[in-house]
Ligand binder design. Structure first.
Ligand code: PLP
Length: 436
């Protein structure tokens, strides 16, 4: 399998190149060169099977020509060692067709675990047994750091260096990456998130590091993070009664999750359509309405992992549909919801069913209505992207109750921190990278 750039100006790259580069040389994002449908008989055989069986099959379909099946199975099993349950939300009987796909049972309780863990193992594998050690450098304002750090924890031949702005991430977020130890190094920067990002960028072009340290990034545009997200769409469809074509409501920020869904459709997953549902950061729904892409600074909301004013994966969506808006509209409708609606939704779903949605999943839930209007009745699947305990400040006032902290989160609140503090200067980062 080769990968082509959405920019159209770079040569096709093999998997290893696409993964280690992240961004194509022409500034575009990588997509698989071909997306042949999975055999209908194979898809039928996946009905009712576990997430891991489904994931193995889809991984083989996509990457089987590059990686031997046994190795690929091992990567899948190691990366995706948690369940992705499809929960039926039954209340007063009016929502018989509503399902929640819980993507938050990985180690950091957010769906980014799926992409980050798979990419980490793929990178570790492709680097090879005796390749030069790889340093993954990441700047984080909160959640990405923990997903990436957890993902690379214990992957041999790789060290992770996380930069975060001192005092600017929540204590819980910080604990999630600073207590890991092992091959995860954490730098607390006396500065802002922008300082952290600037340092990471400078490191990649630093001539004094170039010969000494083999740097790679793990940001959300990496194709290695996108591919495994296709697995859970196939899995969700395979849990539903045969012949039913669901619609998927996808709470979105950078639109990687939704892009993976559109790719799953390309691979033959039967579905009625998709909802691109956002908080007030609505660049994509606006594009679907007006045909104009208008990137702008993001507005803070309670579903803050979706506060994105210039969604990077829109380039992939446009490329998948050959920039044909009418064609895209056949599969995709937009839906936009503000914080008030989100809080009300959390409260109402809790009152009616006892189920606690986090703010991101609640935005997804709110998108179902637009989906039904656009694509008709039938099963609806809401992608639930975070555990409510990660967003207790917003959730608890809405439901008027406490959200228990899962064991996994509670444990890291007790554990020891491993943090090095540095000033926001390249020389400090360089010294750290060279010394270790
Ligand atoms: C990152 C994130 C999103 C947005 O996903 P994209 O793939 O960037 O659209 C939604 N919810 C949560 C909890 C996230 O962490």
């Amino acid at each position: 399998m080769k990968f082509v750039s959405t920019g159209g100006e770079s040569p096709a790259a093999d998997l290893r190149t696409a993964l280690t580069r992240g961004l194509a040389p022409d500034g575009g994002l990588y997509l698989p060169e071909r997306m042949d449908p999975i055999d209908a008989s194979i898809l039928a055989g996946l009905r009712g099977k576990s997430f891991s069986v489904v994931s193995r099959a889809v991984a083989r379909h996509l990457l089987g020509s590059t990686i031997p099946a046994a190795d690929l199975d091992r990567i899948v099993d190691d990366a995706l060692d948690f369940e992705v349950p499809l929960v039926r939300l039954s209340d007063d009987g009016s929502e018989d067709d509503l399902y929640l796909l819980e993507l938050f049972h990985g180690p950091t309780l957010a769906f980014k675990d799926v992409g980050a863990r798979f990419m980490a193992r793929l990178l570790g594998y492709l680097r090879g047994e005796d390749g030069a050690p790889l340093t993954i450098l990441v700047a984080t304002s909160g959640d990405t750091g923990s997903a990436v750090a957890q993902a690379f924890l214990g992957v041999s031949g790789v060290r992770t260096v996380i930069l975060f702005p001192k005092g600017k991430v929540t204590p819980l977020q910080e604990r999630q990456f600073s207590t890991l130890g092992g091959n995860v190094n954490v730098l607390e920067v006396h500065g802002t998130f922008d300082d952290c990002q600037r340092l990471v960028k400078s490191a990649f072009s630093d001539p004094l590091l170039a010969d000494e340290v083999h740097l790679s990034s793990a940001n959300s545009i990496n194709i290695g993070r996108l591919l495994p997200q296709i697995f859970y769409y196939v899995h969700a469809a395979a849990q539903l009664p045969a012949g039913s074509a669901p619609l998927f409501s996808v709470p979105s920020g950078n639109f990687g999750n939704l892009t993976a869904g559109l790719m799953a459709k390309r691979l033959g997953v039967g579905c009625r359509g998709f909802v691109a549902v956002t908080n007030v950061n609505d660049v994509v729904p606006e594009y679907l309405r007006t045909g104009v892409v208008r990137p702008r600074p993001s507005t803070p909301t309670i579903s803050n992992a979706m506060d994105v004013g210039d969604p990077s994966n829109l380039a992939r969506i446009l490329a998948l549909y050959g920039r044909d808006l009418d064609d895209l509209r056949k599969d995709l409708v937009g839906s936009v919801h503000d914080d008030d609606e989100t809080r009300k939704c959390i409260a109402e779903v809790y009152r009616k069913t006892g189920y606690v949605l986090d703010p991101h999943s609640a935005v997804g839930y709110l998108g179902v209505e637009s989906g039904r209007q656009a694509f008709g009745e039938g099963p609806c699947v809401v992608l639930c992207t975070a555990h409510p305990a990660k967003f207790r400040e917003a959730v608890e006032p809405a439901i008027g109750d406490t959200v228990p902290i899962p064991e996994r989160l509670a444990a890291c609140l007790e554990a020891e921190r491993h943090v090095t503090t540095i000033p926001p200067e390249m020389s400090a980062l360089r010294d750290f990278l060279l010394e270790k």
